[in-house]
Design a protein. Structure first.
Length: 237
């Protein structure tokens, strides 16, 4: 554990929820930041607050270490992006070879704005749940992108920020395993009930892996990872 504080990019989804607890293990002061960019699945902005409130019951360290939450309005990003994450349209592959859920510049902007908040708050670590192992092919989730952005942010602010990516080399099954290792079944249950990763924002159906439409890429990744993790846990048991 270090006294250097951290700012966690916390959307309310499974990955960022695990990253939040990962940060609480390592830093004495942890704050969270979320972004309202006109996302279609804006229900995540509601569940993220419920998750924070209930985290202390499932994970005792949160009571002492979890600090302020910040929510930034980045509506201009949604206004210019023209994607299936910011408009009600079918999710499909685009001519670029990327899924049309890709919001250009999203993680670049998120981390840059997070760094501006962290600079003011005296927090040196930025924690994000990006991953290039089990993901939708977004170029702004790649390790090379994050490393380059860390250099640019530090040069532009004359700071020594560290962008931590605890899930970069983990697939979704390993992410569930990390949740279990960090907080046991209470944390896993909290993620199942109170996180949200469905691109369509559907919370009407509760699956064994959590809420979602069950058909979008985010749901498919989450469901597949959960079942692989469950199968592995059963073999080990």
């Amino acid at each position: 554990m270090t006294d250097t504080g951290a700012l966690v990019l916390f959307s309310g989804g499974q990955d960022s929820a695990v990253c939040l607890v990962w940060a609480l293990e390592r830093f004495s002061r942890v704050e969270t930041i979320g972004f309202d960019y006109g996302q279609r699945h804006r229900v995540e902005l509601e569940v993220r607050l419920a998750f924070r409130e209930r985290l202390a019951g499932a994970y005792p360290l949160a009571a002492d270490r979890l600090g302020q939450d910040h929510l930034l309005d980045l509506g201009v990003l949604g206004a210019i992006s023209d994607t299936a994450l910011t408009d009600d349209r079918a999710i499909e592959m685009s001519a670029s070879g990327l899924p049309n859920t890709f919001v250009p510049g999203r993680n670049l902007l998120f981390l840059t704005f997070a760094a501006a908040v962290a600079y003011r708050r005296g927090l040196k670590h930025l924690v994000t749940g990006v991953c290039e192992t089990d993901y939708s092919g977004y170029p702004d989730c790649r390790d090379d992108t994050i490393k380059a952005l860390q250099v640019a942010i530090n040069l532009g602010t004359e700071s020594r920020f560290v962008i931590d990516t605890p899930l970069m080399r983990r697939d979704k099954a390993a992410t569930w395993g990390l949740a279990m290792a960090l907080g046991g079944q209470p944390l896993v249950d909290l993620i199942l009930e109170d996180s949200h990763s469905c691109y369509r924002g559907d919370r009407t159906v509760r699956h064994d892996w959590g809420y979602g439409c069950g058909a979008c890429p985010a749901c498919e990744l989450r469901a597949s990872g959960y079942r692989r993790w469950q199968a592995t846990a059963g073999e080990q048991g």
